[in-house]
Design a protein around this ligand. Structure first.
Ligand code: RIB
Length: 299
């Protein structure tokens, strides 16, 4: 059973000929709107990857709340602890260039007012709690504490990396997932030298696996004394938005089903690759059968 404590957004997406520099305006055609938010994306991805999932977070009392939750509702994700608060639902403004690369500005809205105590009494040792970096860091830390107290496993994707001491978060984590730039930021604040392998060697601990996603290059990871590296299958990428969330959701679902760590990583890599082939952070989250089929081809 997976519980996600995190953000829920509506994404407004514009395809642009190139991503703007600071101070520049770049135009595209009509915008598209999609459900998004790293928390909601990971909840949907885990659900589509076969897990039973509960989402804990907040939306505003506005017109964006319903479309922001529509995919989760349709997928049967438990939304009983998604609160409706005064204020605006989280909003992401996303530009996508022809190679599928993106630039994202997030207006946090009610995501800035989620509270860890909404999780009280709902976590057990049968749970994996997934958290990201779009919720207030102090509430994320409290949520991790509640999870550890209940014997649940803590899965943290600090995207974006929170300001403040990452040590408190790391102490509680069983599975850490970062991309290369997030690893570099964490390494800087932990006083670790550059490099993915150095990061893995310095951050892995007994009871704490560490995963660095490498975009189209795949993934590198450490668990105990074991080291893993899997290349990503090549796909025609149209939109990389949500690829990391698809990776996290599928990896967490596989771990929740007690798959061996190497197989779980392959399923994550397969899900991340498939997510790049469709526009939209949630519309692109692949189904279990497609993940399994592609993961079987990753060696
Ligand atoms: O990871 C992609 C997500 O980041 C988007 O859906 C957007 O809402 C932002 O939170």
């Amino acid at each position: 059973m997976i519980t996600v404590f995190g953000s829920i957004n509506l994404d407004l997406v514009v395809s642009v000929p190139r991503l703007p520099k600071a101070g520049e305006t770049v135009s595209g055609p009509d915008h598209q709107s999609f459900a998004g938010g790293k928390g909601a994306n990971q909840a949907l991805a885990a659900g589509r990857a076969g897990a039973e999932v509960k989402m804990v977070g907040a939306v505003g009392r506005d017109a964006f709340a319903v479309p922001a939750l529509a995919n989760l509702r349709e997928a049967g994700i438990d939304l009983s602890d998604v609160r409706e608060l005064d204020g605006a639902t989280g909003l992401a403004l996303i530009g996508i260039d022809p190679s599928g690369e993106n630039q994202i500005i997030v207006a946090s809205g009610t995501n800035a007012r989620v509270r860890a105590d909404w999780l009280e009494d709902s976590l057990t040792d049968a749970h994996v709690l997934i958290l990201q970096g779009e919720s207030p860091y102090e509430e994320t830390i409290r949520a991790m504490g509640l999870a550890r107290g209940a014997g649940a496993s803590v899965f943290w994707n600090p995207a974006p990396v929170p300001a403040g001491d990452p040590g408190a978060g790391l102490e509680a984590v069983n599975t850490l997932v970062v991309n290369e730039s997030e690893a570099a930021l964490l390494a800087g604040s932990l006083g670790i030298a550059d490099g993915v392998d150095t990061f893995l060697d310095n951050v892995v601990r007994p009871g704490r696996a560490v995963v660095v996603t490498l975009g189209s290059e795949g993934v590198a990871a450490a668990k105990g004394d074991d080291r893993f590296r899997f290349a990503s299958p090549s796909v025609d990428a149209v939109d990389t938005t949500g690829a990391g969330d698809a990776f996290c959701g599928a990896l967490a679902a596989a771990l929740d089903h007690d798959l061996p760590f190497g197989r779980a990583l392959r399923e994550g890599v397969a899900a991340g690759a498939l997510a790049c082939t469709v526009t939209g952070a949630q519309s692109s989250a692949p189904m279990k059968a497609d993940i399994v089929r592609l993961a079987d081809q990753i060696v």
